[in-house]
Design a binder for this molecule. Structure first.
Ligand SMILES: Cc1cc2nc3c(=O)[nH]c(=O)nc-3n(C[C@H](O)[C@H](O)[C@H](O)COP(=O)(O)OP(=O)(O)OC[C@H]3O[C@@H](n4cnc5c(N)ncnc54)[C@H](O)[C@@H]3O)c2cc1C
Length: 461
């Protein structure tokens, strides 16, 4: 099926740039455990090779799925039987770290953790961070507009991108390079490709904004009675810490119980029936290191907080975050489950959680949940299990979740994208004119529908 297109690509850019299907097996495993079929994988070494390969794919009307670190969580790499995979793994060069202009120029296949290290070596910070940092690539992070742990302060991936190089479906190299924060001449085309999940072009090279390192890091874990107290506390913490506040995370009690049940050693906080909040501030060297403790003591004396632990070492801090990030414990406890990444106005989060619990337990009395999220960014993760039948009722459960999200003016995807998993609900909360414009843009950039077809906005036309 792919012989003639692969032969044409081999002839132009070299036989060793294509992994044959028989050698691809085992390399194609997505992080969700989804089996990916053994199909050829294109592995260009540079933009020119990638552009040539895409030009040939367009001529053969062969669709491609761009692939980064395969850590996406919404089926963005799902194969529909026709596509070649296009891996950016050999395009993994950090081209430059410019400490004066605070700009990193990197190829799209660079792994996030490697960029963190390179920035740190130059005394700088790349502020997007998430649990998949050891595998997720810059191209994948841009294409999903990833958020992560520090989006509250530094924004999402979109906010870090200064300039891009993209290859369009026809093989045209679109140079949108830029190294400045301010550049207002004409349409800012780079934004079309950020969060487009590979459906409008392949991101090949990028200029990213770097920040100064902030060595004065302080972390606290608090237990409070309920969500309305969490809202009040968030406001007080923001007033106390101002722009230093980097993360404000929330966990419902079942999550704290699941993630600490088998831990040895002392827990930062007791297991109780309240809401857990993890927050962190990052500041420069001039900030008084005692200021955080003073602010926390004042909050404690206020009576709003039931219990609080402050990290006094990097080990303490890591321990706190490892509780927040222990997704494995949730998987062990709730499998089989469905996971939802939604955003909601914080004022409606509690109502949403209660309403959802009532709706699901009325129909499936044994429903269990894990609810946590980046509260500071309106982002809630809800993991639901109704028991062994969970996956069988995927559409029913998803509709119950997403209908409520839409009713409360939220969004069905906060930071993971649409991929294929959320396609049936993609149009919720969007106007028909906005959807029509998306289809027009998609068709203009990729008239043959060869770039990750069927993802994000579904079938075009
Ligand atoms: C443990 C864990 C924790 C996570 N935490 C977070 C979190 O806190 N916040 C968050 O936002 N996400 C999180 N994620 C999701 C995931 O890490 C992100 O979606 C990430 O951005 C995907 O990067 P990737 O390189 O793995 O892309 P892939 O999974 O390979 O691809 C993702 C999508 O981007 C497309 N794509 C990949 N590379 C390119 C390119 N160069 N050009 C065009 N399209 C491309 C693919 O076709 C696909 O549609 C987490 C995942 C895991 C496993």
């Amino acid at each position: 099926m792919w012989n003639s297109v692969c032969e044409a690509i081999s002839a132009q850019i070299g036989d060793d740039r294509i992994v044959k299907p028989e050698d691809a097996e085992g390399r194609l495993i997505s992080v969700t455990g989804e089996a990916m079929p053994a199909v050829p994988i294109l592995r260009p070494r540079n933009t020119e090779e990638l552009a040539k390969a895409l030009e040939i794919c367009t001529a053969h009307k062969t669709p491609v799925i761009p692939m980064g670190g395969s850590t996406g969580l919404v089926g963005g790499l799902r194969h529909t039987g026709k596509e070649l995979y296009l891996s950016l793994e050999l395009m993994n060069r950090i081209e430059s770290i410019d400490p004066v202009n605070r700009v990193a120029t990197v190829q799209a296949g660079v792994v996030l953790q490697n960029l963190h290290q390179a920035a740190e070596d130059a005394g700088l910070l790349f502020p997007v961070d998430l649990g998949a940092r050891g595998s997720a690539t810059i191209g994948g992070l841009i294409s999903t507009n990833a958020g992560g742990e520090k989006a509250f302060r530094f924004g999402m991936m979109r906010d870090q991108v200064l300039g891009l190089e993209v290859v369009t479906a026809s093989g045209q190299i679109l140079d949108l390079s830029n190294s400045m924060i301010k550049n207002n001449a004409g349409y800012d085309l780079k934004h079309l490709f950020i969060g487009a999940e590979g459906t409008l072009g392949i991101v090949t090279r990028v200029q990213l904004r770097l920040r100064p390192q902030l060595p004065n890091v302080n972390t606290a874990f608090a237990l409070i009675s309920d969500f309305s107290a969490a809202l009040e506390l968030r406001s007080k913490v923001e007033t106390a810490l101002g722009n230093d506040l980097t993360a404000f995370e929330v966990m419902w009690p079942e999550v704290y119980e699941m993630t600490t049940r088998h831990r040895s050693g002392r827990l930062p906080l007791p297991v109780a029936d309240g809401i857990y909040l993890l927050f962190e501030s990052e500041a420069g060297t001039a900030r008084d290191p005692e200021a955080f403790e003073t602010a926390m003591a004042a909050l404690y004396e206020d009576g709003l907080v039931e219990d609080m632990a402050i990290a006094v070492s990097e080990a303490d801090r890591r321990d706190m975050w490892s509780i927040r990030n222990d997704i494995d414990a949730i998987i062990r406890n709730l499998s089989p489950f469905l996971a939802f990444d939604v955003s909601l106005p914080v004022s409606k989060m509690e109502l949403f959680v209660q309403d959802l619990e009532t709706a699901l337990t009325t129909r499936w009395p044994k429903t269990r949940f894990a609810r946590f999220g980046h509260m500071g960014d309106n982002n809630l993760h809800v993991v639901v299990s109704i028991g062994q039948d969970t996956l069988h009722y995927k559409n029913d459960i998803s509709s119950i979740v997403y209908d409520r999200v839409t009713m409360m003016n939220g969004c069905i995807s906060a930071e993971h994208g649409i991929g294929m998993d959320k396609l049936p609900w993609f149009e919720l909360g969007k106007t028909s004119s906005a959807i029509a414009l998306m289809h027009t843009i998609r068709t203009a950039l990729d008239p043959n529908n060869i770039l990750n077809p069927g993802k994000t906005i579904g079938a075009v036309g």
